[in-house]
Design a protein around this ligand. Sequence first.
Ligand code: ADP
Ligand code: MG
Length: 707
Amino acid sequence: MNPLDAILKPKSIAVVGASRREGSIGREILHQLLEFNFHGKLFPVNPKADFIHSIKAFPTVSAIPDPVDLAVIVVPREEVLGAVDDCGKKGVTGLVVITAGFAETGEEGKRFEARLGERIRQYGMRMIGPNCMGVINTDPAVRMDATFAPTLPLTGRIAFMSQSGALGIAILNIARQLDIGFSYFVSMGNKTNVSGNDLLLHWEDDPQTDLILMYLESFGNARRFMQICRRISKRKPLLVVKSGRTEAGARAASSHTGALVARQGLDVATDALFEQCGVVRVNTVEELFDLALAFSKNPLPRGNRLGILTNAGGPAIMATDAAIARGLSMANFSERTRHELRRLLPPEASIQNPVDMTPQSDRSKYDACARILLEDDGIDMLLVVFVPPMLINAMDIIRGLEQLRPKYLKPVVGVIMATDDFFVELNRDYPNHMALYIFPESAVNALVALDRYRVWREKPVGEVKRFDVRNGMAEDLIQECRRQGRGQMTAEESLRLIGCYGIPIAQSTAAANPEEVERVAEGLRYPVVLKAVAPDLVHKMDAGGVLVDIRGPEELRAAVQRMTESVARYRSDKGGTGSLGFLIQEYVRGGREVIVGMIHDPKFGPVVMFGLGGIYVETMKDVVFRVPPLTDLEAREMIQQIRGYSLLRGVRGEQPVDHEALADVLQRFSQLAEDFPDIAEIEVNPLLVFPQGSDFRAVDARVRLGS
Ligand code: ADP
Ligand code: MG
């Protein structure tokens, strides 16, 4: 038995706090359970009533003679713990706590919730809520609507979880109007015990569910979510509205990575996470339903070649523009298709894609043309546009398409520019009809989502490599820094740290002062680079703290002199004091500058970034984000997804940068980010990259430890 079965597939339910009072939640829940014909036994619990809704009531759960699987609790907050104890005595294992007034209300509520959570664990129960609007299972063998939403759900194959109760009510209402049915609906509330991840696991193998929709405001455990979704999305599409821009925890960002993340919020990380686990992210509930329609009524396309059939030019042109802009391709028709269309349609019709049949086309024309297009192997999906002219019955057109559609394993969606009345009539006469939209862009948007999901399904999974690294040495470096009470590692230490993970670094020598530079000057291999080292010099270039291509000891002395002066000038402008140290580094000539960064958000975990590097990172903002652990495929994708990718591929006969070596660096970096959750930020900028991986050199790095 699945651990959530007591909640989601109960054979008997007690409603604790059931009431006769009109408008009370305790009445509404009982009412909905009855209205929806709950398939099991129902027990109202209320110490003050003998019967409710003509059903015998019990004073307590433990007074019920029959076994009880699920208790739905609607009593006031102060009585919830007592009710839980009563359920415990009875051996109830599933709870849905509707009652509000917990963590969502502040400190006192948080304490209540902590106690509730603790109690539930002690009894080994599972609980949805508190502060939720209930659960639904439409399975004919269960038929449970334990919500206080006034709309009764339609049966379907979509499971829905919502983190907002109010929105949940609206969603049930809209879904009904749109003729969308559910297998399950769960309002998660505060997620004290049962999390979104638990529900996903429950639905993963659920035979009633083909498609999973989520409205999320926060992640409990983002990494676990990613693992679970990666697996499920290969079998069932997952559509998510994620609202609530997550503020980046790394506010005190001292790197480009931190600054870029802080500016955009953790939304970039959320996007990355969804993309990495095949979750389709949508921005609005409206879009969620648009996509749910297309996904639930269609097979996946085989490719991205779209055919459009219309009776009016305008909307078809809009659809074409939207399709091309979003990455679909307009199908080229076969010789045969063109021949048949020509034979069938009047001379003023267009037999190119989009096929414009002209306004007088009736059902027989639609039927015949749709059939021709669906037969064409060069077309992967079909969009049918119908602008109702007078005299031609839209319902007829739909009827025709409905008969045709099941014969072909291709997505077919429609755009009907009709009134609300039409759709009401349509849903009544043709429940479960094809996905229809009022506007062409919405229809195209849905097809694009189907196609992207197809690409995800076809994509190999990739592999997370574990590299042999010197993590003990890295740990020592971090501990030493902590012992000295420093949160910021020097550039030299930072380079050593990434070096422990096999990321190639420029040879570097630290010198605490000009005398130490003098001591090593004669023995160096020139040319070298001289850099200023001090805690206040975050971006050394700004202070004149980087001098390159120094050819010998004499030049090095002069460089030390010049750098000391420019840093002094910089400090007198900006403020800043302290001793000035130096770093002498091999000079790495040529190469492309890239940046590899990581921030560790306290809630979200590590996020890695890759992009074009150097001193213009924040100006160019040409970076992409991913959530580690990175697979080999994801590392390669990161490289190819930056806007300036052509610079790495090579322009005008240049040799391409060694992609494999670069992907290798990214994966090693990802391992580093994962191994040390106490590192708040790492930034390697620049890493100089070349056509030969063996020439790669990181020349600057900064590591900030978490507090
Ligand atoms: P900061 O980022 O603190 O200003 P960097 O050490 O990144 O200082 O140096 C700034 C720029 O100087 C780099 O982007 C790179 O173009 C160049 N540079 C730094 N070190 C080297 C080196 N060892 N070899 C070649 N160029 C270098
Ligand atoms: Mg730098």
